[in-house]
Design a binder for this molecule. Structure first.
Ligand code: HEC
Ligand code: HEC
Ligand code: HEC
Ligand code: HEC
Ligand code: HEC
Ligand code: HEC
Ligand code: HEC
Length: 422
């Protein structure tokens, strides 16, 4: 199949007509099991009963539906370990109130407590980022446990958490759950939310490996990783007359501007996203993967798009367009992204705030969009059980937070305003 055929441009994708062609289906059986699984994870009945009348509600989310990181940093670095965990703390009432100060909000990952034994990132932070970091401390000073601080007047955040997808018991889990706890004025609240991270960046599908058996493998190949990375650097040196082989470890974003890392790059050199997507746009056609984006984005094992949309047949290119569209040098990577409002038009609804990304936008009563819906690629209800845990804990069913009494002490008589200022 050709990418061109796969790519249905955003503007061609008519949400209203898709609705009439029967996208609306019942949740698949897989999700029903997922929900049952979550029940097992939810607090015991006593705690669940208590959950309906605590004075405080805590809801949290990771700003990206997936964060990619390299596993090996000895040769090159596209992205470091770096997850951003957000939370909103709500004092329940007839008119709920967002708590803006004097709260203590902490996070931890039971079962995933260290990172320095799982990646060699800490051996190279000086060469790559010019800082010496203590083991298990990320680029903004946060560790595997820590505290969320108030960034703006409504939002609590811990940036740069250096989590890896490898749990302490050796199992791979790209969807590990953070435990987040809050205390305020003698009251407490708790929630659990996914902090997604994956190193399933499958450059090895095409780079470096002669043995076709391992070539098809998509998990990180320790020991084989060097071969893949050295092949990439050698090809870059040959094709663009650079000396990356002698400058290892190489931070790609040093020359290719990358808003994800806040680098401006070298003037005249293409930005990182454009360089990667444009140059590989036709190369990926030779792969037999149904979803070509999974050649580099995680991936056929991780399945980072696990949200309500994949269940309704809406995939990467329906929202983002083709590789060429993503690689358009006139696009601002990480800024010019799809918007819910491109496809959804329900009267009385408001979507992203003008000029703001989904992850930074607020809706109903100042609640962030992602607090109720989770992040893009993980818009609830999801096909993996972990992303449904938070909604299950707070309202007893998966999906968007739609139970008024999660925040209001009484179900309001007025209809639910999806707008910001109603
Ligand atoms: C579908 C196969 C495929 C995948 C997957 C792939 N590459 Fe490539 N890549 C190629 C081919 C083919 C070339 C060109 C080699 C040549 O002409 O000698 C190339 C070249 C490159 C180059 C040289 C610069 C240039 O002009 O393109 C870099 C850098 C590169 N790839 C990085 C990566 C990275 C990083 C990944 C994973 C995130 C990756 N590639 C995944 C096929 C692939
Ligand atoms: C020392 C500066 C430098 C570093 C570091 C660097 N590049 Fe490049 N790269 C260039 C230059 C210069 C070009 C050619 C001009 C351009 O594409 O704008 C280029 C081109 C490319 C291209 C081809 C773009 C196209 O449109 O054909 C890819 C892909 C690429 N680089 C990927 C990478 C990756 C991946 C890394 C990290 C492993 C990396 N680069 C690190 C300077 C650099
Ligand atoms: C050959 C590897 C490769 C393939 C295939 C690929 N990507 Fe990417 N993509 C990358 C890399 C590397 C980055 C990280 C760039 C950075 O750090 O800024 C990225 C970042 C992105 C971003 C965030 C930056 C931006 O431009 O806004 C989006 C969106 C994206 N990819 C979409 C897609 C979609 C959609 C597809 C499939 C149509 C796809 N990618 C296929 C390598 C790839
Ligand atoms: C239903 C629409 C939709 C689909 C399907 C979708 N995305 Fe996205 N994607 C978005 C939106 C919206 C954003 C911007 C997030 C924001 O504004 O905070 C985004 C952002 C991204 C980013 C930047 C990092 C981030 O999370 O903000 C990458 C990378 C990306 N998408 C890749 C993909 C890939 C790869 C696929 C398929 C596996 C995919 N997307 C499927 C809507 C979609
Ligand atoms: C490319 C178009 C497109 C974009 C962009 C998009 N969606 Fe959707 N969305 C759809 C389609 C199509 C459906 C399925 C509608 C149906 O089944 O009736 C859907 C379904 C949904 C549903 C389930 C609604 C229901 O009836 O159960 C939710 C919730 C949702 N989207 C939220 C979002 C959010 C939040 C964003 C932005 C982050 C977004 N969508 C971006 C096309 C899109
Ligand atoms: C307090 C929780 C809450 C917040 C905050 C919230 N939503 Fe929703 N959203 C809902 C509920 C509940 C529904 C489904 C019921 C409805 O359609 O009124 C929904 C439905 C949607 C849909 C699907 C509409 C359709 O076509 O069926 C989209 C898209 C959406 N919201 C986007 C957003 C965006 C963007 C923001 C932030 C500006 C946001 N939401 C903030 C609760 C919320
Ligand atoms: C995630 C928390 C949350 C959920 C869930 C939620 N609300 Fe709200 N709601 C708020 C906040 C915060 C305000 C702003 C209160 C203020 O104005 O100070 C608000 C305000 C309102 C208002 C405006 C009047 C007022 O009380 O200030 C109405 C009406 C309302 N909500 C109805 C609903 C309905 C109906 C539902 C369920 C379908 C719902 N809300 C679910 C948090 C929530």
């Amino acid at each position: 199949m050709d990418l061109g055929e796969l790519a249905m441009s955003r503007s061609n994708f008519d949400f209203e007509s898709s609705r009439s062609t029967g996208f609306a289906i019942a949740l698949p059986a897989a999700l029903a099991c997922a929900v049952a699984w979550c029940l097992a994870l939810a607090p015991p009945p006593a705690a669940a009963a208590k959950q309906s009348d605590p004075p405080l509600t805590l809801l949290a989310f990771n700003d990206l539906g997936m964060h990619c990181m390299n596993h090996n940093f000895g040769n090159l670095c596209i992205l470091p370990p770096y997850n951003n965990l957000h939370a909103q703390l709500i004092l329940r009432g007839e008119s709920p109130q967002l708590i803006e100060e004097n709260a203590v909000i902490n996070y931890s990952f039971p079962g995933n407590t260290v990172s320095n034994t799982k990646t060699n990132f800490w051996n190279y932070t000086m060469q790559l980022f010019g800082v010496n970091l203590p083991p298990n401390v990320g680029l903004t000073g946060n560790g595997m446990t820590g505290r969320l601080i108030r960034e703006s007047n409504i939002d609590w955040v811990a940036t740069g958490i250096p989590i890896t997808p490898l749990r302490d018991d050796g199992t791979l889990q790209p969807y590990d759950l953070a435990t987040v706890t809050a205390s305020y004025n003698g009251m407490t609240a708790m929630t659990r939310t996914v902090v997604p991270v994956s190193w399933e960046i499958s450059c090895n599908l095409c780079h470096g490996l002669k043995n076709t058996k391992i070539k098809g493998q998509v998990l990180p190949l320790s020991g084989e990783e060097d071969k893949v990375e050295l092949d990439i650097l050698r090809k870059h040196d040959k094709m663009h007359k650079t000396n990356l082989m002698t400058q290892r470890p190489v931070l790609c974003a040093k020359c290719h501007a990358d808003p994800a890392l806040g680098t401006n790059g070298v003037p005249g050199v293409s930005n990182m996203s454009s360089a990667m997507h444009m140059s590989h746009a036709t190369r990926v056609n030779k792969l037999t993967l149904a979803n070509k984006c999974y050649a580099c984005h995680p991936g056929v094992k991780t399945l980072c798009q696990r949200d309500i949309h994949i269940q309704r047949g809406v995939a990467c290119t329906n929202c983002h367009g083709s590789m060429q569209a993503v690689g358009d040098p006139n696009r601002k990577p990480w800024v010019d992204e799809p918007k819910c409002g491109d496809c959804h038009h329900v009267s009385g609804h408001e979507y992203e705030e003008p000029g703001k990304l989904f992850k930074n936008s607020r809706g109903h009563g100042g609640i962030l969009c992602a607090t109720c819906h989770n992040s893009p690629h993980a818009i609830t209800p999801t096909t993996n059980p972990e992303d449904n845990v938070q909604a299950m804990m707070h309202q007893g069913h998966a999906g968007v937070i739609d139970k008024c009494t999660v925040c209001h002490t009484r179900t309001p008589n007025d209809p639910f305003p999806h707008r910001r200022d109603d």
